[in-house]
Design a protein around this ligand. Structure first.
Ligand code: ZN
Ligand code: ZN
Length: 191
């Protein structure tokens, strides 16, 4: 997402720009960037100081972690950049330090790195098609958002239940005399 700095006039002006996910080099392991990235905001120039701020929007196609269904997830985030113009060169070199940029007055500002960072933070780690998605039955694989099946799913026992189970088994083993051979019986006397 490029912006020619000479085209940024004094005062506050609307600024909109669109780039494809490919141009922005956007990549997401758990899904696909399917829509253009749109920036809508303002540019505010006072001499060598420029503030660019606005909202970045796009959409990704992701898998729900519970029901594995594809769904569209909207990404929307705000960015604000402070640009300080240095010298009058036409070099494209831009030095980024968080939201602060030093750029050549006749250069080209590439907003992509900052926008990419802002979007990556917004990516869902565990995408859910809805907060109350019921997921798939672990036994038959049925989508439980569409109906119910007759499988019985054993609730995972709590730590206390597990301890009680172990205690029970231990007592049973002792009663049956299967708690391992006693030491005395195990000793073999040589000769
Ligand atoms: Zn789901
Ligand atoms: Zn089932």
């Amino acid at each position: 997402m490029l912006r020619e700095i000479v085209n940024i006039k004094e005062g506050i002006h609307d600024f909109c720009a669109t780039s494809t996910p490919g141009e922005m080099e956007l990549d997401y392991g758990n899904g696909l960037f399917t829509e253009p990235v749109i920036f809508k905001g303002t540019e505010n120039r006072k001499g060598d100081d420029i503030i660019i701020k606005g909202v970045v929007k796009t959409e990704i196609l992701v898998n729900c972690v519970r029901c594995l269904k594809d769904f569209r997830y909207s990404l929307c985030t705000k960015i604000q950049l402070y640009v300080k113009l240095v010298g009058g060169g036409s070099s494209c070199t831009v030095v980024w330090q968080d939201d602060y940029v030093r750029a050549q007055a006749y250069g080209t500002l590439d907003l992509s790195p900052r926008i990419r960072d802002a979007l990556i933070i917004e990516l869902p780690l565990k995408p859910l098609c809805s907060d109350d998605c019921r997921g798939l039955c672990p036994v038959c694989g049925m989508d439980l958002n569409k109906g119910t099946c007759n499988c019985t799913v054993k609730e995972p026992s709590s730590v206390w239940n597990t301890l009680e189970d172990l205690k029970g088994k231990n007592t049973a083993l002792k009663k049956e005399g299967k708690n391992g051979p006693s030491k005395e019986k195990n000793i073999k006397i040589a000769g």
